[in-house]
Write a protein that binds this ligand. Sequence first.
Ligand SMILES: Nc1ncnc2c1ncn2[C@@H]1O[C@H](COP(=O)(O)OP(=O)(O)O)[C@@H](O)[C@H]1O
Ligand SMILES: [Mg+2]
Length: 319
Amino acid sequence: MAMAPATLVPHTCDLAEPTQVDWVSPVLGTAPRLPEQVDGWWLEGCLGQGSTATVHLARKGRKLAVVKVMRVNASSHSGAAIRHEARWLRKHGVAGCPEVVARGELADGRPWFVMTMAPGSSFSTWWARCHPLPVKAVVQAVAQAARIAGAAHRKGWIHRDLKPSNLAIGPDGRVTVLDWGLVRPIQRDGQTQLAIAGTPGFMPPELLRGIVPAYTPDVDTFALGCTLAVLLSRSPVAVGALRPSLVRRILAEAGLTGIAASTLHHIICRAISISPAERWEDGDTLAAELEDWVSLMADAATEAPAPHATLARRSRTAS
Ligand SMILES: Nc1ncnc2c1ncn2[C@@H]1O[C@H](COP(=O)(O)OP(=O)(O)O)[C@@H](O)[C@H]1O
Ligand SMILES: [Mg+2]
């Protein structure tokens, strides 16, 4: 094992602070058996690890990047997902995705790729370290994630694994959507060939029941609705248990009242609707709703006369 010992960098909850890489210590003893470098990139601290891959900070001269490597003993599906992710990012990646700098295979055949580093930390770390999070910052962050997903949707792709650990927020509030290993073409024809995949809790109920008449962007807007509720909550939420009443409680505990609460409640509940037809149809549609909510909230805060009338109008047109 050749990783340099990681220095734990303190996380900042102030997004205006300069960039900090948010990493975990390398897990000594799990024997990742990594080389010291790939393609001239020196592997350093471990940024994260999922079931498929370990993700490391990498350094080449003064340049910093991130290397994703298939885990030892991970299934062959994992290797395929990493190869697919690297190819997809190269060919179809949209603004707000990492860019692939290099890719290859270790001597034992495990695939790796080097990508640009998303500044800041994942949404899950942001919540874990800083909750309760400021509502406006959360809504803006999820709106950005929805715009990035929307750009992929416009090109005919769905991410299928949107969730807090696959989204990163930088110190300037800029969002990056990570982990595109499950991205697949949208299938609308009722004869989808796609195997069901994703993270339970962030997947809509029809997928959990194994029913896939189509695989459309509303699976991503569903996941982003869950993500929004989770980030706004003051305590850990059983994501699969999200219902309108729980969402109402989360928003109340976040300090939202009146039309601000009811409009956001409507946006989230429509995103996580049981019926696919009622969900926001794609990332752009959801992003527009969230962006409107943010600007109307700002208007409500700055324009004394009758902000409620504007918001009430918005609420009616949204339903
Ligand atoms: N480009 C990146 N920049 C910064 N951190 C990253 C990057 N890619 C992944 N990470 C970190 O590594 C973690 C695991 O990466 P991910 O691609 O989600 O792997 P997995 O497929 O195993 O879930 C993420 O949650 C994030 O914290
Ligand atoms: Mg992941």
